[in-house]
Write a protein that binds this ligand. Structure first.
Ligand code: KE4
Length: 432
C-alpha cells in the first residue's frame, strides 16, 4: 500500500467511521487497509500513489461502460453548467423514465430516487399499502440495501463482516420479515401456506449477487411468480445489480419472468447517485401525489444523474453490447477456473452475463448455506496477491466481480495470467 493512501486512511479514520463511507470498502474481510483512488479511466483505476489496477469492482456495478466514459462525462459537464439541481421537474427526467419503461418489461411507470436502498425502502411501503398486508419475505443471503426490515440475514457487507442482524432494528420490525433460503421453492410454499394471507411481497435478487453470484436454479423464478400470483402476494425483483447488467431489460428480460415491481439503481445513474422503482401502473399510481403512498426526495430526478443515465442507456441499446460482455466475462471466468484448477485449489466460477464470482469451495453455491462454505481466508490471500500484481477484485468473497465493455481481451488475459501466478504461489493447507 502506498504512503499517501495510508496517510489518507489514518486521517479518514479520525473523521469517518472506519475511515470509509461504506463498510464493504474497508478491506476488513481481506486484510490490509483500503486504497484511496485518484481517478479511473476505462477498465483502469489509479490510486493516489500512482499505482494502476485493472478494476473489476466498477464501483460495485454502475460502470458497465468503464470509468470516465466520454459520453457520461460530457453529459454531466454540460448539465452542471446549467445548474446542478432545480427541485422542480426537468425534461431529462421524462426522457430517462421513458427509456426505463421501454427497456424494463414489467415497468409501466417509474419513480426516481437517489439510491438502491431508497428504491427498496419505497417499494416495500408501496407493496404493503397496495396489498394491505404487513409481512415481507426475503431470501437468506440476499441484500437489498440498509433498510431496517431488510437487514435480516442479509448478504453483501453484512455477510462479509459476519453481522447476522444489526442493532437499532426493533424486534417488532425484524419480526415482520420472514426469511427463506434462496433457490428453495418448497420452503417458500410452506411459509405461504401458513402465513400467506399476511404476506405483502416477496423481494428477491433474481440473480443473487450479494453472497457471491448465485444463479437462480432452472424453474426457480417461475416458481416464485406462480406461488406469489396464486396468493395475492406481490413479486418484487430487486434489479439494482442485474438491471441493465445481465440484459438491457435485466433478469426479467433474460429469464422472461414479469415481477409486479422492480427496483433499479447503479448502472441507471452511470456512476451518479440514483435509484428507481417501477412496475404496473395500477400499483405505481398509488404513489403520491397520484395516490396516497408517500415517498419523496430533494434530489430525486436531478439533471446530472438523469443526463448520465440517458447517455448510459443509449450506449447500452447499441447492437452487440451484451454479446461482447458475455464473451469477455466467459473468457475471464473460464480462465480463472483453469488457473485455480492448475493450482490444485478447490474453486469454481459462478457467472450470469458479466457478473461472476470465483468461489473457493468445491460445493456448488446454490444458496447462502452452500455459498458460505467458501474459504474466505483463501479468498483474502488470493485478493491480496492479485492486488499486489495490479488487479483490483471485490474485497470480499461474497460480492460479485463486474466486467465492463472497457475491459479488453489483453487486460482479461493478463488478469488470468496474474491469477495463475498468484494461485500457484499459495499454500493450500489449513493455514492458507
Ligand atoms: P445502494 O443503496 O447501495 O445504492 O443500493 C443498495 C442495494 C440494493 N439492492 C441490491 C441487490 C444491491 O446489491 C445493493 C447494494 N449493493 C452493494 C454491493 N453489493 C453496494 C456496495 C456498498 O454497499 O458499498
Amino acid at each position: 500500500m502506498g504512503t499517501l493512501s495510508r496517510s489518507l486512511f489514518d486521517k479518514a479514520r479520525q473523521v469517518i467511521p472506519g475511515g470509509v463511507n461504506s463498510p464493504v470498502r474497508a478491506f476488513k474481510a481481506v486484510g490490509g487497509d483500503p486504497l484511496f483512488f485518484a481517478r479511473g479511466t476505462g477498465a483502469l483505476l489509479i490510486d493516489v500513489d500512482g499505482n494502476e489496477y485493472v478494476d473489476y469492482v466498477c464501483s460495485w456495478g454502475p460502470l458497465i461502460l468503464g470509468h470516465a466514459h466520454p459520453d457520461i462525462v460530457r453529459e454531466v459537464q454540460e448539465a452542471a453548467k446549467n445548474g446542478t439541481s432545480f427541485g422542480a421537474p426537468n425534461p431529462h427526467e421524462v426522457e430517462l423514465a421513458r427509456l426505463v419503461v421501454e427497456s424494463v418489461p414489467c415497468i409501466e411507470k417509474v419513480r426516481m430516487v437517489n439510491s438502491g436502498t431508497e428504491a427498496t425502502l419505497s417499494v416495500l411501503r408501496l407493496a404493503r399499502a397496495f396489498t394491505r398486508r404487513d409481512l415481507i419475505v426475503k431470501m437468506d443471503g440476499c441484500y437489498h440495501g440498509h433498510v431496517d426490515g431488510l437487514l435480516v440475514k442479509a448478504g453483501s457487507g453484512m455477510a462479509t463482516l459476519g453481522i447476522p442482524g444489526t442493532p437499532g432494528v426493533p424486534a417488532r420490525v425484524a419480526e415482520q420479515t420472514l426469511v427463506v433460503p434462496y433457490n428453495d421453492l418448497d420452503a417458500l410454499a410452506s411459509l405461504v401456506k401458513s402465513r400467506g394471507r399476511d404476506i405483502a411481497c416477496v423481494i428477491v435478487e433474481p440473480v443473487a449477487a450479494n453472497m457471491g453470484v448465485v444463479p437462480p436454479r432452472p424453474g426457480y423464478l417461475e416458481g416464485l411468480r406462480d406461488i406469489t400470483a396464486k396468493n395475492g402476494i406481490l413479486l418484487i425483483f430487486d434489479e439494482v445489480i442485474t438491471g441493465f447488467r445481465v440484459a438491457l431489460g435485466g433478469a426479467q428480460e433474460l429469464y422472461r419472468i414479469a415481477p409486479d415491481l422492480t427496483t433499479l439503481g447503479k448502472i441507471l445513474g452511470g456512476g451518479l447517485p440514483i435509484g428507481a422503482y417501477g412496475g404496473r401502473e395500477e400499483i405505481m399510481d398509488r404513489v403520491a401525489p397520484e395516490g396516497d403512498v408517500y415517498q419523496a426526495g430533494t434530489l430525486a430526478g436531478n439533471p446530472l444523474a438523469m443526463r448520465a443515465g440517458i447517455a448510459m442507456l443509449k450506449n447500452l441499446r447499441a447492437p452487440g453490447v451484451y454479446e461482447k460482455l458475455e464473451r469477455s466475462a466467459e473468457r475471464l471466468a473460464s480462465g480463472l477456473t483453469a488457473a485455480a484448477n492448475e493450482a490444485g485449489t478447490p474453486a469454481r466460477a459462478a457467472r450470469v452475463g458479466s457478473l461472476l464470482t470465483l468461489f473457493f469451495t468445491s460445493r456448488e453455491p446454490l444458496d447462502w448455506d452452500s455459498a458460505s462454505t467458501a474459504d474466505t481466508r483463501r479468498y483474502a490471500a488470493y485478493f491480496r496477491r492479485m492486488l499486489e500484481r495490479g488487479v483490483y477484485l471485490p474485497p470480499s468473497q461474497f460480492e460479485a466481480l463486474f466486467v465492463s465493455l472497457a475491459h479488453t481481451d489483453d487486460q482479461i488475459d493478463k488478469t488470468i495470467a496474474t491469477a495463475r501466478e498468484a494461485l500457484k504461489g499459495m499454500r493450500w493447507g489449513p493455514e492458507a
